[in-house]
Design a protein around this ligand. Structure first.
Ligand code: IPE
Ligand code: IPE
Ligand code: MG
Length: 224
């Protein structure tokens, strides 16, 4: 059985779900939060140590302002309402991506990270304004600036996922098969599961099915 430490998820399909059931993309984002809570709970049950959730990509700034504003309001609401609960569950919140949001949101993100920084049961890496190409380029620049040898170890050291083992599993919901600039370096050897269900319809059972399937996969790492 393969050990499982780290699951990464591209939570895709909120907009389509919202349009289909509520005639509003934003309602889909709201519904997606329930799935986030379910998957966090199940991750703890499954004794997973790291859960990385793609919430907003550097490319998502291309969306209409109304949707972007809604998303960040939702995030503010979620954090202000749930951070105590996350803390009680011994969850550590870590933001990956560039924190250049409103002063209020930046403050809330920093506060939430600090408050939960010593927790150890589950680390949630929330990818916000995250882009993998930017992250890799930034790391290369840092190696150069510090006169470090250019090698894998040093490159990993300057990624935002430093000290976090690479994900064994990537899940993308929403019936779309692409990486959308997510963890391109870190996913080099991950097992990838593309799910047809839209994120608000994804549930614990789907998650457990994937985990069970993963545990039985023969992982070769180039060997035979
Ligand atoms: C993913 O769902 C959530 C974010 C990108 C914030 P989408 O909003 O991309 O949903 P679809 O793919 O348009 O249905
Ligand atoms: C990827 O989903 C980003 C998140 C889930 C946050 P998108 O829906 O933005 O990806 P593309 O643009 O369809 O590739
Ligand atoms: Mg999408």
């Amino acid at each position: 059985m393969n050990p499982l430490n780290h699951v990464a998820i591209i939570m895709d399909g909120n907009g389509r779900w919202g349009l289909k059931y509520k005639s509003s993309r934003n309602e889909g984002h709201k519904a997606g939060l329930n799935t986030v809570e379910k998957i966090i709970k199940e991750s703890i049950k499954q004794k997973i140590n790291f859960l990385t959730l793609y919430a907003f990509s550097t490319e998502n700034w291309n969306r209409p302002k109304k949707e972007i504003d809604y998303l960040f309001n939702l995030l503010e609401y979620f954090l202000s309402q749930k951070i105590d609960d996350l803390h009680k569950k011994d969850i550590k919140l870590n933001i990956i991506g560039i924190k250049n949001f409103s002063k209020k949101l930046n403050k809330l993100l920093n506060f939430s990270e600090q408050k939960t920084s010593k927790n150890t049961t589950l680390q949630i890496n929330l990818a916000l304004n995250y882009g993998s190409k930017f992250e890799i380029l930034d790391s290369v620049k840092k190696m150069k600036r510090n006169n470090d040898k250019i090698n894998e170890k040093n490159l990993s050291k300057y990624l935002q996922t430093k000290n976090i083992p690479d994900p064994e599993i990537l899940i993308r919901t929403g019936n779309t098969k692409r990486l959308s600039n997510f963890l391109l370096w870190q996913l080099a050897y991950s097992e990838i599961f593309f799910e047809k269900k839209l994120w608000p319809d994804f549930n614990e059972k789907d998650y457990i099915r994937i985990i069970k399937k993963f545990k039985k996969i023969k992982r070769n790492f180039g060997n035979i």
